[in-house]
Design a protein around this ligand. Sequence first.
Ligand code: UD1
Ligand code: CA
Length: 456
Amino acid sequence: MGSDLHIVVLAAGQGKRMYSAIPKVLHEVLFRPLLHYVLDVAYSMRPSSVTIVVGHGEEAVRASCSGYPDLHFVRQAEQKGTGHALQQAVPFLREKKGRVLVLCGDVALLTPGSLAPLIESKAAACVLFAEVAHPKGYGRIVRNGEGTLARIQEEADCSEAERRISEVNSGVYTFELKELIPALEKLTNNNKQGEFYLTDALEVLVRQSSKVELVPLKDALEMTGVNDRAGAAQVESILRARTNAYLLASGVSLQDPKNTWIDSRCEIAPDVRIESGCQIIRSTIAAGCAIESGSRIVDSKIGPHTRIKQGSYIEGSSVGEVCVVGPYAHLRPGTVLERNVKLGNFVEVKKSHFAEGAKASHLAYIGDATIGRETNLGCGFITCNYDGTPKKNQTVIGARVFVGSDSQTVAPVTVGDGSYIASGTTVTENVPPDSLVISRGRQTTKPGYAAKYKPK
Ligand code: UD1
Ligand code: CA
C-alpha cells in the first residue's frame, strides 16, 4: 500500500432492524459477509491504509477479516453516530496526509469505477449522491441558490418540502485530511436523533467556503445499503444477477439464472451447463461439465467433461475428468476421484481416493479408503472405518477388485489386486491378491417348509 489515499470503513453499528445476534456487516450475501465486498473494493483502490471502525460484535468482525492484510481496527465503544464513528479514526489519521475515502460496511454493491472521480478530485470534500424514486430513509441533498451543496438533511430532521427531495446521500465521501479533521471537531449532536452526524461535517466545510463537490452515481442501485433482511435479500439477488451475467457472457450456460447461486470467486470454464437451483461456492469447474439441478458444490474442483447429476452435494473434493457423480451423491472433504470414476445414487464418500475407472454405482459408504483402478464396489458396500474411538481406520482396496453387493470391510484392512469378494461378505483380515473371499453361512433350503409359517 503506498499512495496518499486512506480508507475508513464504518462498521460499528448493530443493525437493529436485522433482529440478529450477528453484527449486520457479517450477514452473508452470495456466500460472503457484506463487509468483505466493501473491503474488496477498498483494497482494489490500492490505498496506503484501510481502517475499519468496529463496535458491535467487534471480536467476530475482527476474526472474519483475518484474510485482509494490514487492516487497521479502531473501536467505537458506544454508537453515537457516523460523525462520532469517524472521529475515532482521527488519532490514526492525524499523522497522515492526503485524502480519505469513507465507506459504510453494509454497502456491498459499490464498484471501483464509481469511486474514481471522488478520489481524483482535489476538492475539500466530495459526496457521492444519486437521484432515487424512493428517497425515504436517506439523507437529502439540499442545494443552495448556485446549485452546489448547502447541507445534507437526515430524514428525521427534514421539513415537509425537504422530504420531497429525490437526490440522496449515498454515505460515501472523500475528504482532504487537513480539511476533515478540524471539521469533525465542530460536530454537535443537536438534532432529532441526538447523534453526531458525519453529514454535518460537509455543512461545516460549505460554511467556511471550502470546495465541496457533488458527484453523481450513475447506477443508484450501487448505493443500496442493507438495513433489514429484505434489503439483504435484494442485495444478494443483485450480486447474483451480476455474477450470472458475467458467466453467461463468458460462455457458461445457465438454465435458470434467477435460481442459480454462484459465488463470484468461482472459476467456471466455457461450455459448462448449470441447471436450475445449483449453488457453487469457492470452486472451479472445467470446460464441458454438466451440473444437474439442485446440486451444491463447495470448495471443490471438477475436471473437464464431468457430469454431476441431480441433487449431489460435493464439498472439499477434487473430481477428475469424464466422471459421473450422482444423482444424490455426497462427496465429503478429502475425496479425490481420478479420471472416469463413476459414483451412483446415494453413495457417500469421505476422505477417500478412487483411482481411474473405479466405480460405486449404488448405495454405499466409503470413508478413509483407497480404491484401486477399475475396481467395482457393489451395491450396499460399506467401509467400517469407525470403532467408536476418535481415530479413523484405513481401508485399502487394490486394482480390479470385484466387491460383491452388501459387503463390508472392517478397517484397518487391505484387499489385494484382482481379488473377488463374494456378496454378503464381511472382510476382517487382509486379503492377498487374486483371492476369493466369502464369509457367510451356507444356504439351507427346506422344500415345502414355507407352508408351516403361513396362517392356517
Ligand atoms: C447514513 C447517512 C445518510 C445516508 C445513508 C446512506 C448520516 C448521519 N447519515 O444514514 O445521509 O443517506 O447513510 O446509507 O451519516 N455507524 C457506525 N457508528 C455509529 C453509527 C453508524 O459505525 O455510531 C456505521 C454503521 O455501522 C453503518 C454506517 O455507519 O455501516 C451508516 O450508518 P447508518 O446508521 O446505516 O446510517 P443511516 O442512518 O442509514
Ligand atoms: Ca443505513
